[in-house]
Design a binder for this molecule. Structure first.
Ligand code: RB5
Length: 146
């Protein structure tokens, strides 16, 4: 299951992404929003909560730049969010960082490129090995209360 959300700046890209997921039979849950204006941290928090509780294995967060969504998501437990504006980063953030949230900016990438980035992100697996050690080191920096 892929959890997706956007703020008002990326509402139309969210529809394009949803259409892609439907056409490719990829299950998803749409966490909004259709409100305008809207505050992107609220949607980022919802998607990250869905990953943390196991409802979703990955998330897609869309805003104007992708940056606010990624900053917020990376404060949530267990999240490794990456802003991607081209396919090389989408490929390597999966291979090397085991990224579980893809962030994109609707004011940065066109719809066609956004779908290529999404496809690359979803189709690429984590390489593990030496990269697992580094991901473990990264996640050890997380401040948890439990
Ligand atoms: C909204 O205007 C914009 O600030 C938001 O979509 C996003 O780009 C923030 O990072």
């Amino acid at each position: 299951m892929i959890a997706i959300a956007s703020d008002h700046a990326a509402a139309s890209l969210r529809i394009v992404v949803k259409n892609y997921l439907e056409e490719n039979n990829i299950p998803y849950v749409d966490m909004g929003t259709d409100e305008a204006p809207s505050d992107y941290p609220l949607m980022a928090e919802k998607v990250c909560a869905a990953i943390e509780d196991g409802t979703a294995r990955m998330g897609v967060l869309l805003c104007g730049t992708g940056i606010g969504m990624s900053m917020t998501a990376n404060k949530c437990k267990g999240i490794r969010a990456a802003v991607c504006t081209e396919t090389y980063s989408a490929k390597y953030t999966r291979l090397h960082n085991d990224a579980n949230v893809l962030c994109m900016g609707a004011r940065v990438v066109g719809e066609g490129l956004a779908l290529e980035i999404l496809q690359t992100f979803l189709e690429t697996g984590f390489e593990g090995g030496r990269h697992q050690r580094r991901v473990d080191m990264m996640m050890a920096l997380e401040h948890t209360e439990d």
